[in-house]
Design a protein around this ligand. Structure first.
Ligand code: FA5
Length: 350
């Protein structure tokens, strides 16, 4: 009898002392198995001896055994709660967010300067009734040259160094190329619809050129076309003048000089007075006081005839400009190659 009660008291104090020192959940589980484990636990092993005691000792030993078992169970639960709490607060402090730290910046994307300029050009023409149409970048020789009064042996082809594609249509008569300008869309639009026409055609064009500070081999153009009864050169001038003032400011002066493009007659190049030096001559305008911004002219009667319009009934004008060159003028950019070099130091300025 005395041995079992001694052993029970001994188990109680040893187990509780050991429990005090436990600081993690694995050790706690080990403790539970050692002392309380159903088969091999030290307390259950002692309890197995109870029925072997003489009947007169059994009651007292049974009460002690119950007390020890309850004490161990309570102590175990208490320790488990303490450890649980510690691990939660440990985790919370590990995951804590310092709300006083400055936030991380989300890098914001932006529109490419060419896109911004294209949109501004379009916005300047919109109030005058122009709508936007796009066309194919891979084009037939026919639309890029032939239909624009530039036959195969015409010297004007030299003006547009062309990237030819190694593909032809079935009868080998219509070679394909990467369009050298957006003017082919003039013909495609006139073929597809009747006047009145007022369209803008923004798009990428390609030239087999060595690049330099003002020439890219892949760049953008915006074509404009207006066809109706009674359109005169005065309309061309008035429209482009209104555009220049919307785009470059109300004080702009405009200059038209004769120029040659086989698909217009007469043809002009249009310049605005240099906004950097107000026409006095500076680095931006190469000391000339003027900035050339586009080619334009009255649509050639032969082209009107080719698409089935009567040139005595309908007339119109067309123009074509390079948005990168316009963006360069407006922002003082000294090299067109910055536009497509994908350098964020450049792009983030816009
Ligand atoms: C043309 O391409 C004609 N299709 C424009 C036209 C349309 C005239 C309708 C008459 C009627 P040009 O080759 O000059 O013309 O190019 C027009 C504009 O594109 C130029 O004023 C310039 O702003 C831009 N440009 C031309 N070549 C380059 C280049 N290599 N890099 C960047 N921009 C260019």
């Amino acid at each position: 009898m005395s041995t079992l009660t001694d052993e029970l008291t001994d188990v109680e104090s040893s187990a509780l002392a050991e429990l005090e020192r436990i600081s993690d959940r694995d050790a706690l589980e080990e403790w539970r198995v050692t002392w309380q484990g159903r088969r091999q636990g030290r307390l259950p092993k002692l309890l197995e001896q109870l029925p072997t005691l003489p009947i007169e000792d059994r009651r007292e030993a049974g009460q002690l055994a119950n007390r020890v078992r309850t004490a161990l169970e309570n102590a175990y639960e208490e320790r488990r709660a303490v450890l649980e709490h510690a691990s939660v607060s440990q985790r919370l402090s590990a995951e804590a967010i310092d709300v006083t730290l400055p936030g991380r910046r989300v890098p914001a994307g932006g529109l490419h300067p060419t896109t911004q300029t294209l949109r501004e050009i379009i916005d300047a023409f919109k109030p005058m009734g122009f709508t936007v149409v796009e066309g194919p970048e891979v084009e037939w020789d026919y639309y890029n040259f032939e239909a624009l009064n530039i036959p195969a042996d015409h010297p004007a082809r030299d003006q547009w160094d062309t990237l030819w594609l190694d593909i032809e249509d079935d009868d080998g008569k219509r070679p394909l190329l990467l369009r050298t300008h957006t003017s082919p869309m003039q013909v495609r639009i006139m073929e597809a619809q009747e006047p009145p026409i007022r369209v803008l055609v923004p798009g990428r064009v390609f030239r087999h050129e060595a690049t330099d500070a003002s020439h890219e081999s892949v760049f953008f153009q915006v074509e404009g076309l207006a066809i109706d009864r009674g359109i005169t050169f005065a309309d061309l001038k008035g429209t482009l003048y209104a555009f220049a003032r919307r785009m470059f400011g109300p004080d702009r002066r405009v200059r038209f000089r004769c120029d040659f493009f086989p698909f217009v007659e007469p043809g002009v190049d249009m310049a605005i007075d240099c906004f950097a030096c107000k026409g006095n001559g500076c680095r931006v305008c190469s000391q000339s006081g003027w900035l050339e911004i586009m080619g334009a002219g009255m649509v050639h009667p032969k082209i009107l005839q080719r698409v089935g319009y009567d040139p005595d009934e309908y007339t119109g004008f067309a123009f074509g400009m390079g948005p990168e060159r316009i963006a360069m003028l407006r922002h003082g950019i000294d090299d067109i190659r910055h536009f497509y070099a994908n350098d964020l130091n450049f792009l983030e300025q816009f």
